[in-house]
Design a protein around this ligand. Structure first.
Ligand code: ADP
Ligand code: MG
Length: 149
């Protein structure tokens, strides 16, 4: 995939954000990295749940925030990893947690990362970037574009 121009959409409910996520998840079902950027409460965990569903995670498997676990793994035909960098204070800590190893994607894995912008030093070679802005109580402005290889 080549760099792409950003697409922009404003959602008016968590359900709508989840639906956008499902579309991204279908697009990324073959594996890759999705990097989510946005303030606390922007909807990163909400869109992550949509992305995993769109990529085939069964409804019965709950998607919960990995802010304490750092990495959640959902098993399946292709492994799915849900990462949250919020509580890490350095790129070294992220490396120690094994985050950068997930980029290798040899197993066709799908990796979704919250607070993706925190450690630019450990960015993967190619990723789908999603930025989320809070523009109202229930409105979120989403932008997404592919960056890198
Ligand atoms: P983050 O992971 O970015 O900190 P969460 O996904 O945990 O944020 O929480 C987003 C919060 O915002 C939830 O309480 C959700 O119900 C609320 N919300 C309101 N409107 C939207 C919207 N349009 N899209 C996503 N979340 C929304
Ligand atoms: Mg979150």
């Amino acid at each position: 995939m080549k760099n792409s121009r950003p697409s922009e959409i404003v959602t008016c409910s968590p359900g709508e954000t989840r639906r956008v996520g499902r579309g991204i998840g279908r697009m990324m079902a073959g594996g890759g990295v999705v990097g989510l950027t946005g303030d606390l409460g922007a909807g990163k965990t909400v869109i992550a749940s949509g992305i995993f569903r769109g990529a085939g995670l069964p409804e019965g498997v709950a998607v919960t925030s990995p802010s304490f676990t750092i990495i959640n793994m959902y098993p399946g035909r292709r492994p799915m990893y849900h990462v949250d960098l919020y509580r890490l204070s350095s790129a070294v800590e992220a490396l120690e947690a094994g985050v950068a190893e997930l980029w290798e994607g040899g197993d066709g894995s799908l990796v979704v990362v919250e607070w993706f912008e925190k450690f630019p030093e450990i960015r993967p070679p190619g990723y789908m970037a999603v930025t989320m802005d809070i523009v109202g109580q229930n409105e979120r402005k989403l932008k997404f574009y592919y960056e890198g290889e």
